[in-house]
Design a binder for this molecule. Sequence first.
Ligand code: SF4
Ligand code: SF4
Length: 421
Amino acid sequence: MIKRSFLGLAKPRLQYNLVPDSVQELPVPEKVVLMLEEPQNGGSGNGPKVGDSVKTGQRLSASPDGGEYVISSITGTVSDVAPYMGTFGKKCTAITIDAGGQDDWDDTFSKEPTLDTALKFFEYAPGNPSFKAFADPEKSIRTIVISGMDQDLLVTTNQSVVQNEAADIKNGVDALKKMTGVDRIVITVPENLVQQANATGADVKAVSATYPSGLPHMIMKDVLGEVVSAEDSVEDAGTVFMSAEAVASLGAAFETGQLRVTKIVTVVGKDGKTTNVKTRIGTPLKDVLQACNASLNDRDRLILGGPMTGVAAYSEELAVEPGTDGIVVQSESDSAQVTDYPCINCGECVRICPVKIPVNMLVRFLEGRFYEDARAMYDLDCCIECGLCSYVCVSRIPIFQYIKVGKYELGLIETAEAENE
Ligand code: SF4
Ligand code: SF4
């Protein structure tokens, strides 16, 4: 396999939004929808049932010790439990809870900062932290990087947390050290937030305001001075990334004894206006859009995440999830249109790619579904998923989407091979 180094980085041209908006807190919604991932080992029939009463902060799972769970963000009654197929075939159970008045807090959360507590209560925290790498004997985690720089353009969720919640991040840093035993904790922020980040107790590193410097692989290379090889994840290289919002939610939970059940989301309207809102996890997108006066018409596009790496949502009935940092509404005329025009070998994608992948060749193999050749000959695994190639492609080929599908298909092949061994 070819292993591309990050030497000779192209100079990307897009700038992050560095001015976080103030955060507007939304009222408790009438209902929330929580996506419970299907357990790896079965048992999905033992989860919450219609008619069950649930408390705010209650852990809902298919089994008491289940690794997959959600945390109820409101107090109320389960009104629907239905199978749901997410992106790339991810199987979930959609649990709808109707709100029933004031919050009645569940008290099973243990304030003991152990890895067991982290795995049991914080995998569904806002910002979607994962602690599984710390429990994996094959991984040796030496560094935790807190991303105070948002990963996509226009989104300012994590910058807003660094700006307003440095004390909670500091409590989160202390808890992380106790839970994981990792002493080296770094926080990455843009220059304008260095002063606030200094109050978090983490080792502060300023990152460039030019996209995609906030992505994990870029931080590994630019901040930690480590190049992650193609076949490895950042965890394989000994580093776990967590968002500033996730760490602040840990800190707040240990301070107050209540799990945080709200998510900060940057909403980008059709006019490009951005609004930061804090809403209960599971709030339907339509409620959030309504609160931001963001109307949605036929053929408008709704994107979860940011404009470069976000995923199109097919319905405004979908809900805010722990990892939903942004909601972008685009009118049909502003949406990037894709075509089936052929590549004209202009080379724009190769010049902009931060990893110098020969994207013009890669896309030919992906279009033909020659995924293993795309990996072996044209560095598919080296792609850091920044989306810049799609952004510049003059033929409007959906290169980024081809890459995501290619990686997904290869993952399926690997899983099938492992099961047959
Ligand atoms: S998304 Fe495109 S530009 Fe970005 S790293 Fe991957 S191939 Fe390169
Ligand atoms: S930018 Fe598009 S048209 Fe140009 S070389 Fe890359 S894939 Fe081909």
